[in-house]
Design a protein around this ligand. Structure first.
Ligand code: AMP
Length: 198
């Protein structure tokens, strides 16, 4: 039997063989598929499953998310469900913990909640009440920033816990939905996107 050791790695030890951020970004862009009218008419869904199925593409997306992270992050927070896929490897690469934000009825211990309006529908998010120590430096990671409601609700949860939201890193920002402006209005100006769609 062999022993396997996992990190803490750093941004420079997560490699794809591509050092040029533009080629990473173009690879990621080429692997995100538009699916019209999902989950309802008028929504163009950004489907990341081709990206996840590509070892080089998935690695490139994590490299770029890690590149955008500030120093000294204690905790990466990812939102159900696609935020888990990207947030967990970013946490490992940064040597940070990972904390899930989940939909109601999923977390087993005491939770705190925040409700908000989505691009399509309404949602409530939960986090364990003891998940993050007050003052911890938090990076929020998600796949798509649309209206900003999900990130804003997550920021509300972090505020309730007394944690410090240092930065938000998303794979794709839908610029035409003005999520960045909503977050800035609510005091969360530090946000980066690997890709922006206008
Ligand atoms: P929002 O709260 O409006 O910023 O929406 C962001 C959340 O909804 C993210 O967790 C995304 O995974 C998902 N989402 C919203 N709009 C889309 C879209 N057009 N394509 C893919 N995912 C989306």
């Amino acid at each position: 039997m062999t022993n396997t050791t996992i990190g803490p790695a750093t941004a420079t030890t997560v490699t794809t063989g591509r050092d040029d951020p533009r080629s990473n970004v173009e690879l990621v862009r080429s692997l995100i598929r538009d699916v019209p009218d999902f989950p309802k008419p008028g929504i163009v869904f950004k489907d990341i499953t081709p990206l996840l199925a590509s070892p080089g593409g998935f690695a490139a997306s994590i490299v770029e998310l890690v590149r955008s992270a500030p120093d000294d992050i204690d905790v990466v927070v990812g939102m159900e469900a696609r935020g888990f896929i990207f947030g967990a490897p970013v946490a490992l690469a940064l040597g940070a913990g990972f904390v899930p934000v989940r939909k109601p009825g999923k977390l087993p211990a005491e939770v705190i909640s925040q409700s908000f309006a989505l691009e399509y529908g309404e949602e409530t998010l939960n986090i364990h009440a003891d998940a993050i120590a007050p003052g911890a430096r938090v990076l929020v990671v998600d796949d798509v920033l649309a209206t900003g409601g999900t990130v804003s609700a997550t920021a509300g949860l972090l505020h309730q816990l007394g944690a410090t939201l240092v930065h938000v890193s998303v794979l794709m920002e839908l610029g035409f939905l003005n999520g960045r402006q909503l977050l800035a209005e609510r005091g969360h100006a530090s946000l980066s996107a690997v890709l922006t769609v206008d």
